[in-house]
Ligand binder design. Structure first.
Ligand code: HEC
Length: 156
């Protein structure tokens, strides 16, 4: 009886050993697989990081990006209407930040009362939320004045 029991115990420990051995083997081979799939970390060089985190799209509120709109101005020297459309309309088309709205005679009346020279002055140098030259320092005084003239004309 006693030898039968220890015989069972012996077989039992071999089975247990084989199971443990099998499990360890599976775990090790899985770890090797994982190791194979580990890739080198991406470069942390500043320009690489900037490339990876750059925004999907860029939205400009207020000042228009000088680069994007620059070529337009070349063609528009003297073209008040086009400057208004390209530069000033960003705010004035919708009356953003309480700017006088394009074509809104009532909104413009108290401005026009101040005299056109005052309006030129405000447009060139800025006034509160109104940026100097509509945020486009590359516009000449004459460009800005032409744009103001056009804005005034739109109210008539
Ligand atoms: C970033 C928005 C913005 C842009 C772009 C912008 N304006 Fe304005 N503008 C304003 C706001 C806001 C006011 C009202 C300022 C106030 O009275 O406080 C204003 C007011 C004015 C006035 C009235 C000034 C006065 O003395 O009452 C004129 C004229 C004017 N803008 C011309 C222009 C012209 C010309 C351009 C384009 C070259 C332009 N604006 C572009 C926001 C803008």
């Amino acid at each position: 009886m006693a030898s039968q029991k220890s015989g069972k115990f012996f077989v039992g420990s071999i089975v247990t050993f084989l199971i443990v051995f099998g499990v360890v083997k599976i775990i090790l081979s899985n770890m090797q697989d994982v190791a194979k799939h580990v890739v080198a970390p991406e470069s942390m060089a500043a320009e690489d990081v900037a490339e990876r985190i750059k925004p999907v799209a860029e939205v400009y509120i207020g000042e228009a990006p000088v680069v994007a709109a620059a070529p337009v101005v070349e063609e528009t020297v003297g073209g008040g209407a086009q400057i208004v459309t390209q530069v000033c309309a960003v705010c004035h088309a919708t009356g953003m930040m309480s700017s006088p709205k394009l074509g809104d005679a009532d909104g413009w009346a108290p401005r026009i009362e101040k005299g056109v020279d005052v309006l030129y002055e405000s447009a060139i140098n800025g006034l509160n939320m109104m940026p100097a030259r509509g945020g486009r320092p590359d516009l000449s005084d004459d460009d800005v004045k032409a744009a103001v003239d056009h804005m005034i004309a739109l109210t008539k």
